[in-house]
Design a protein. Structure first.
Length: 182
């Protein structure tokens, strides 16, 4: 075998190994991606793990997203229906990326943008910063009405430290790779 042939064979072997690793990684990636639901330009992940608002947010970020920010009535409608299907009890609501923990009454989305007062879906008499559970009041928002929400209004301010399910969101396309080896 001359040097040229050996080199070609070596290159092919190397390429095959690299592709094998790459493809296996890619398959795992696609598998992980499969639990995210795609809608419009976004992916949503409905976590069944219950944790505090802060922990839920950290978990969304570890997954490459953040707690959901709701930008349109259509998005609210989609989420309201999905959450309704997933709720197992009336209090089984899902954290969303909305908090007034920095300053009482000033609601911010997780990305720091303010909640527009004309674009809210608070449930009846919410937010009420109810202090019965804790003197801290209620500074984090959950959503969901098991029986369906009147005019999509199903946000509730709740005690941030309580463990609940959550909705993560990320941009479609983020963290994805294309395999060109096969
Ligand atoms: Ca509050
Ligand atoms: Ca409340």
């Amino acid at each position: 075998m001359d040097c040229q042939v050996l080199r070609v064979n070596w290159d092919r072997l190397l390429e095959a190994s690299v592709c094998k690793v790459f493809n296996s990684h890619h398959k795992n990636h696609l598998k992980a991606e499969a639990v995210w639901e795609q809608r419009g330009g976004k992916y949503y992940y409905f976590s069944t793990m219950k944790s505090s608002w802060n922990e839920s947010r950290a978990e969304c970020r570890r997954k490459g997203g953040d707690l959901v920010k709701i930008n349109s009535r259509e998005e609210q409608r989609f989420l309201e229906i999905r959450v309704r299907d997933k709720m197992e009890a009336e209090e089984d609501k899902f954290w969303i990326g909305l908090t007034d923990s920095e300053e009482e009454g000033r609601w911010l989305w997780a990305d720091g943008s303010p909640l527009e007062t004309w674009f809210t879906f608070w449930g009846q008499d919410q937010p009420d910063n109810d202090r019965r559970q804790s003197p801290d009041g209620q500074d984090c928002a959950r959503m969901g009405m098991r029986g369906g929400a009147d005019d999509l209004k199903c946000w509730f301010d709740s005690l941030c430290s309580l463990p609940y399910k959550s909705i993560c969101e990320k941009e479609a396309g983020s963290g994805r790779s294309l395999c060109e080896c096969v």
